[in-house]
Design a protein around this ligand. Sequence first.
Ligand SMILES: [Zn+2]
Length: 402
Amino acid sequence: MIRAYKFLLRPTARQTAALGEMLRDHCSLYNGALQERRDAYRHTSKTSVRYGDQSAQLKEIRAFDPERQGRWSFSSQQATLRRLDKAFQAFFRRVKAGQTPGYPRFKGVGHFDTVTFPRDGDGCRWDSTPHDPQTRVRLQGVGHIRVHRHRPVEGRVRTISVKREGSRWYVVLDCDNVPAEELPSTGATVGIDMGVTHFLTTSDGEHVANPRFLQAMADELAEAQRHLAAFPRRTRQRTKRHRAAARKVARLHGKIRRQRADFHHKTARMLVADHDVIAHERLNTVGMTKSPAPKPDPEQTGSFLPNGAAAKAGLSRGILDAGWAQFLGILANKAESAGRLVVPVDARNTSRTCPECGHVAKENRATQAKFQCTACGFAANADHVGATNVLDRAGLALCVAA
Ligand SMILES: [Zn+2]
């Protein structure tokens, strides 16, 4: 099995400064490589620069600038160039598909947050002081950094990434050959309906509430963002108060992210512990959170009819806050590790189909919360009906597969 571990780093003041410089130099490498591709693309010959061409220049760049670029791991710099290459491949793929993607952008120093080392032992070393009870990770150009290793690492460490989140630093290990920890069979199956009123509802009729702290934190964040917006956007030197306002926004973002991940882990652990098979709706988060198309008013050119954008904004917001995609990822990982089965099913009409007689109608859903079949009169909580239908479909899908 593959698994990722994320640990807080405890760098010294000097190491913190070195980490910051490492990000800054990788950022300028990224932007430099992007500039080269742009210039080549705009040139009349329309030359395209490839990853191989840029990687071949690295040796020269390092020799030319030993004080800065020369300090860092060669392989990590290649990884940064590959990251740019990926951005371009995605761009061209979308152009080919007839979409209108944005051209890859330059990254501001404050927005370039990750450096990847593709192989443990190459410019980096996990557990670099094995004789010491304090775990450390060694990074070329930075040194041996203390790690808050809050859980044991199993399997083999493949890649190591260093990440800045606000004022904190993290190390992320991607491991393979991680042994699975199978749980004993329970004989139980469950379907889940992911909603806005509740975070999720199970086919057993249990609701898991949306975490309240997110709303409270969202208000606090909005306030902090308003405060930050009062400062000039572009300035050479931020004032002390400006920097403090920016730090506060970053700190709140980090806190929300950590609390939400914690909530997702707890909820997923509970579902995996109690059920052998877990069915959920297949998500299309991109479509679900896209704002509705503007509806031009035929009577009056240039003006628009209400398109439900305001109501949908609230809904989109709820969906984004709930972070279902992240939750389902965590659920899939935990299930795989525990030897459980997760079945995504087609979500079409799960909230409109009567589980008693099979009648499908929009009118079956009397209100957001209430389901009442217009054919047979069956009535129940709407989310519970959704979850029951999801479970039924998973049963059907499994029968067909078998
Ligand atoms: Zn019915």
